[in-house]
Design a binder for this molecule. Structure first.
Ligand SMILES: CC(=O)NCC[C@H](N)C(=O)O
Length: 136
């Protein structure tokens, strides 16, 4: 058994910020932990917009605090995401996240993230393995 706190993550290489500066994520559980999924606490910043499409992963995103507009660009719909809401990205969903205030989420990905992913120009995370990351 292990016990891991956000305070253990802060300032380590598991504490990652997007190159765009639109979010910061504390990667609590990663592929290197030997799980089939990763678990992160992610904060997205008020007034930002991030286009996302997870072509290589599925993700469940649970809102802990804040308020965010989730734009479903495939369906042309908007959803208001508030605490207690889960959005489920299971079909390479093209979407844009627009936090109204700083908003905090629990993010669970399969396959597990390595911790080195960032959104590319299409909002996709590459499918990385620890072997690929370590050889860099
Ligand atoms: C809420 C959200 O989708 N934020 C983008 C970052 C991503 N979910 C992550 O934690 O890697």
């Amino acid at each position: 058994m292990q016990v891991r706190r956000l305070s253990d993550i802060e300032g380590t290489d598991r504490d990652v910020t997007a190159a765009s500066g639109t979010w910061r994520s504390k990667r609590l559980l990663l592929a290197s932990d030997g799980f089939g999924y990763s678990v992160s606490e992610t904060v997205v910043y008020a007034g930002t917009e991030t286009d996302i499409c997870y072509a290589n992963h599925v993700e469940a995103v649970f809102c802990i605090s804040g308020k965010m507009i989730l734009v479903d660009r495939d369906e042309g719909e908007e959803h208001v995401i508030e605490p207690g809401t889960l959005h489920i990205l299971d079909d390479a969903d093209n979407h844009t996240i627009k936090p109204v205030v700083d908003s905090t989420f629990l993010c669970i990905f399969t396959p597990a993230l390595t911790g080195r992913e960032d959104h590319d120009e299409n909002g996709v995370y590459p499918l990385l393995t620890d072997e690929m990351v370590e050889s860099k």
